[in-house]
Design a binder for this molecule. Sequence first.
Ligand code: KG4
Ligand code: ZN
Length: 337
Amino acid sequence: MSDLIILAIETSCDETSIALVKNGRTILSNIIYSQIAIHQSYGGVVPEIASRKHIEKINEILTLAVEESKVTIEQINAVAVTYGPGLVGALLVGVNFAKGLAYSISKPLIGVNHIEGHICANFISNKELKPPFLTLVVSGGHTHLVKVTDYGKYEVVGKTRDDAAGEAFDKVARSIGLGYPGGPLIDQFSKRGNPKAIDFPRTFLEKDTLDFSFSGIKSAVINYQNSLSMKNIELIVEDVAASFQEAVVDVLVSKTIQAAKKYDIDTITLAGGVASNSRLRDLMSEECNILGYHFHYPPIELCTDNAAMIGCAAYYKYLNNEFSDYSLNAMPNLEFS
Ligand code: KG4
Ligand code: ZN
């Protein structure tokens, strides 16, 4: 079979990204324009600004991605795009751009779920990886434990009932004055802190559930902060960051191992922005070593939002003949199941 090349577009939040991916697992180009610096002064992503920046940048990103890939328009087999979940205005920019592009070059269109994209990043960074395996998807908006039973076939076995793990990192970081985006800052500050300094609660919910809850720990950090300020005691940011991170990671790792045992799966992967977290990677790796499980996670640039992962997910959709028509619309609350 000749090479199958997908041009993929990702604009669901604050990264404008276009990639060209060969046969699902080889990146020909993956251009990522991050708006983080723009949103930083607001303490979080401003949806209106995100959409406008995507519009301003997307043409330039397309040119860079195509040039770097050395692919001609004729060689492209399909145009893929994230159509949800995400910020509606941001998604609309990518979806409409993808439709216009697919139409103008007469290639099929493939809509991709952003969460599926995150999972597929593992196929790019680990060429040997094949289903079945278990993935912990931890991003700014989602926390899912997913059984990947085959290419493009997923079974969600657990998810958060309130805040996503990344959301908890971002909210706690803001509350203790670290700024945005909170996850990487908490990770950095934790390296100089004592993870045992404060005993923040670990919410495991009912004994058999694989669901998560992170709203309790977020409130616990805020309560701790308030109680210190009432006593005029200065907060040790590094210790709060490390203790909070340890509690979250502890729950994420325990539940993932519980799921692996329950479903008898010996390969575990991480996906999503929080998969960049150094403590999560280390603790999961330690546990997997003890149990003799295979463990894999993508490099940081493939954990956070990027279009290459969308191109990989679209490749398996292409093989399954799962194409979209021009009625494809942005779906901000698109479920993953
Ligand atoms: O997957 P992603 O780029 O966007 C969404 O789909 O949400 O994830 C962004 C999230 C943010 O909450 C960010 O704080 C978190 O990933 N994050 C981290 C780290 N790097 C990014 N959280 C913890 N530790 C990190 N090193
Ligand atoms: Zn994401």
